[in-house]
Design a protein around this ligand. Structure first.
Ligand SMILES: CC(C)(COP(=O)(O)OP(=O)(O)OC[C@H]1O[C@@H](n2cnc3c(N)ncnc32)[C@H](O)[C@@H]1OP(=O)(O)O)[C@@H](O)C(=O)NCCC(=O)NCCS
Length: 185
């Protein structure tokens, strides 16, 4: 869909429907290497994203960021949220700020698309904090639980410290119960 050249690598932005079978095969391999024993040969864990950024180094698929665009409810407010899913860079391309470049590109897309916030879930916050994300605490949250590609009902849990947001404009993330209005990616 669009392409960006940055000193030796490209970041492409594709809607999920436009990804060709060969790239899907490469994505399945990449995700399996980056998240062992998780994807079972698929290109998604719980649900297809709406779009992806594909990082290519000399034509090789070297990383990806899935994106989910949805509205979420926080207290009595409804926000436009761009979610980052399964950010990864293949081991031999790590440590060269390429995940950071993918996050920078997500930030541009969020701005152009007038999202209110970027959101993600992270066990290790350092990379995201460096890119302007903040951990939300407390983060009382409900979502549609999906396990083994079957809906399992709505669950509610405290996700403080793991749930991270980055404002697109100047607004602070509101306080209140968070309803993801869908699955947790
Ligand atoms: C996390 C990951 C995407 C980083 O890719 P990268 O291109 O090496 O990242 P960058 O060079 O842009 O940034 C490096 C920073 O990422 C951070 N980082 C390293 N591993 C990380 C991890 N698993 N999760 C979050 N941040 C991490 C560190 O703060 C590092 O900073 P430092 O070099 O000062 O120590 C890559 O290690 C990866 O794909 N890991 C496996 C999949 C994964 O855990 N993805 C994150 C899901 S939340």
């Amino acid at each position: 869909m669009s392409e960006e050249h940055r000193g030796g690598y490209d970041i492409e932005h594709h809607t999920e429907l436009s990804i060709d079978p060969e790239t899907q095969r490469q994505l399945a391999e990449l995700l399996d290497v980056c998240f062992p024993d998780t994807f079972s040969g698929r290109t998604y864990y719980k649900q297809l994203p709406y779009a992806r950024l594909l990082l290519r180094c000399d034509g090789e698929l070297a990383g990806q960021a899935g994106m989910d665009f949805r509205v979420i409810r926080v207290g009595d407010q409804v926000l436009r949220a761009l979610g980052v899913i399964d950010l990864c860079v293949a081991p031999r391309f790590r440590g060269q700020k390429r995940a950071g470049a993918l996050l920078d590109r997500v930030a541009k897309i969020a701005e152009q698309g007038r999202a209110d916030f970027q959101i993600l879930f992270a066990d290790e916050p350092a990379l995201y904090v460096a890119k302007g994300y903040l951990a939300v605490e407390p983060a009382r949250m409900s979502w549609l639980a999906i396990e083994d590609r079957a809906s399992r009902g709505v669950v509610a849990r405290e996700m403080g410290g793991v749930f991270m947001v980055r404002p697109v404009g100047s607004a602070s993330f509101p306080k209140g119960a968070i309803d993801l209005l869908g699955y947790l990616f």
